[in-house]
Structures are given as C-alpha cells and as structure tokens.
Design a protein around this ligand. Structure first.
Ligand code: C2E
Ligand code: CA
Ligand code: CA
Ligand code: CA
Length: 278
C-alpha cells in the first residue's frame, strides 16, 4: 500500500514503483550480495504423480538482505535481468544447486536438480561452457541437471537461444519449458528443439476444479506434449483433488504446496518418509 508523502503524493515503498535511482542502488547491493554469499536457495520437489516418488528438485533463489530480510525473486530478479548481473547470479545458483545435488547423492538420494535460467543467459554460447565447467567441478553427471527456460525465452530468439539449447541438450542435460501456456510459443516451435519437459503454469492449475476451460486446456497440453515426446509437470498443485485429476489426465509430475513449500536443502525428504531423517 502507498503512503502519503509531504506533498500529498502517494509514495510507494515497494518494488513496483521503485524509481530508476533505487534500481541502481539495488544493482550495487545485489552485486555485493552475490560476491558475499547473501543469496540462498530453497528447494521444491517434483513428484511422480503415480508413485509419489521425488524425481527432481527445483532450486528457487532468495536474497537474505542485511536490512530488508529474506527477499523473494520478484524483488530483485527483474533488476538482475535488466543488467549483466543475471550472469554472475545464474552462475552462483548453478554452482550451489549442483553442490547440493552432489550432497543428496552422497546421502543416497540421486535426484535431479532443476535450475531456472533467464533468456539473457541463453543469448551466448559461453553459457554452455559455464554449465559444462560447473558440472565437472561438482562431479554431477549431466543427466541430473534440468535447466528451466521460460516459454518467453524460447520465443525471444534474438540471440542464439535455439543453438544454445541444442548444445546444452548435446552435453546431456535436460531442457524444460517453464510457465507453459502463458506465452505464445506454438508447440510447433518446440518441436524444432530438444525439449525434455513441459511445465504447465500455475495459472492453469489453480482453478482446475472450478474451470472446465482450464481442464480442457491442461488435458490438451498434456496430450500434445506427450505427442512431442516430452514429459509434463504441473506447477502450483495445492489440493489432493487437483493432484488426482492431473494423474487421471496422464500428467507425469506435480509440484506444489500440497507436498512441500520451497525449503532449505536439508529438509527435502522423499514423500512418505518422516522428516528429520535427511
Ligand atoms: P517459477 O519457476 O514458475 O517457480 C514457481 C513459483 O511458484 C515459485 O515462486 C514457488 O515458490 C511458487 N509455488 C510453488 N508451488 C506453489 C503452490 O502450490 N502455490 C503457489 N501459490 N505458489 C507456488 P518464487 O520462488 O517466488 O519464484 C518466482 C519465480 O522467480 C520463479 O517462477 C522463476 O521464474 C523465478 N526464479 C526463481 N529462482 C530463480 C533463479 O535462480 N534464476 C532465475 N533466472 N529465475 C528464478
Ligand atoms: Ca521454474
Ligand atoms: Ca514455472
Ligand atoms: Ca510459473
């Protein structure tokens, strides 16, 4: 909510109305945050809807800001994406996520890990080298890494997005199309790329129970994705009814508050296993 300043003008304190100078301050603070390890990752599992087993765990970045507390990505990612800071940020996330992935494997849980990448990360082939080197440094096999790229990044073919995606697929990692349904990617565009997984955006999952239209959309995305040889994950699953409907519709994986909110890496345990054993 806004607050009235001395001139009677409503002054907004939060990110949406942040003036340009503040975003420069934020850029400077964020650069330091990356260098000083103020970022942290929380993880949220993707489960096989038919067996309840964890298949993969998604890394979600947060910023432990010294004055403002724990900030969600919406408060700083847009600034990172508009500047070159998204590059060191993504490198940091990749390194940390693969390090944690190696620790789960040591603890007998050889799960895959999913890292979100921005369109700007995919603009140059140098990113392929960054991924290759980080996999080598953490000794995680490429098959354990998923990179989630948004549907809009796929459509944004300004740089070399398509070529970068092909090269990533060649080194054995899986590419996942995130937030599917909110952009305008034709499935035909996806057909031309090596995509392993499609994640249906939460916007289509949230009202499945009430909306016949959303059910129709989700059912057809599942069928089309399978027709293209991709697996399907539904994000934002909050109720058992929705999980059951998705399983019946043939959706492969689910992710959402029903099972687990994003949590620190030690707290990620397989469904059905008592917490505290990790
Ligand atoms: P996303 O990739 O679509 O991630 C899912 C978002 O939905 C996460 O928000 C997650 O906490 C939230 N969520 C998961 N399950 C539920 C549910 O059942 N109900 C509801 N209401 N929400 C749920 P979060 O963590 O705030 O992340 C927001 C977005 O920020 C992500 O959306 C992703 O696009 C981006 N992001 C997060 N981490 C990174 C990162 O390391 N790099 C990049 N480039 N983007 C990131
Ligand atoms: Ca994601
Ligand atoms: Ca998503
Ligand atoms: Ca989403």
């Amino acid at each position: 909510q806004g607050k009235h300043g001395p001139t009677g003008v409503v002054v907004y304190e939060e990110s949406a109305a942040r003036p340009a100078t503040d975003s420069l301050v934020l850029q400077r603070e964020l650069r330091r945050a990356i260098a000083d390890d103020q970022l942290l990752l929380q993880y949220q599992p993707k489960l096989h809807l038919s067996t309840g087993q964890v298949s993969c765990v998604e890394a979600l970045v947060r910023w432990q800001h010294p004055e403002r507390g724990l900030l969600p990505p919406i408060d700083f990612l847009p600034v990172a994406e508009r500047s070159e800071l998204i590059e060191p940020l993504t490198r940091w996330v990749l390194r940390q996520a693969l390090t944690d992935c190696a620790r789960w494997a040591e603890a007998g849980r050889p799960w895959s890990v999913a890292v979100n990448v921005s369109a700007r990360n995919l603009a140059t082939l140098e990113f392929v080298e960054v991924v290759r080197e980080t996999l080598a440094a953490t000794a995680v096999p490429p098959e354990r890494l998923y990179l989630e790229i948004t549907e809009t990044a796929v459509a944004f073919d300004a740089g070399q997005v398509r070529e970068v995606v092909e090269r990533l697929a060649e080194i054995g990692i899986s590419v996942s199309v995130d937030d599917f349904g909110v952009g305008y990617t034709g499935l035909s565009q996806l057909r031309a790329m090596s995509i392993r997984e499609i994640k249906i955006d939460r916007a289509f999952i949230a009202n499945l129970e009430e909306s016949q239209q959303d059910r129709a959309i989700v059912a057809s995305v599942i069928d089309l994705a399978h027709g293209l040889g991709c697996t399907v994950t539904a994000e934002g699953v909050e109720t058992q009814q929705v999980a059951d409907w998705l399983a019946d519709a043939g959706c492969d994986h689910g992710q959402g508050y029903l099972w687990l909110r994003p949590s620190p890496w030690q707290e990620i345990v397989p469904a059905g296993e008592a917490s505290g054993t990790a």
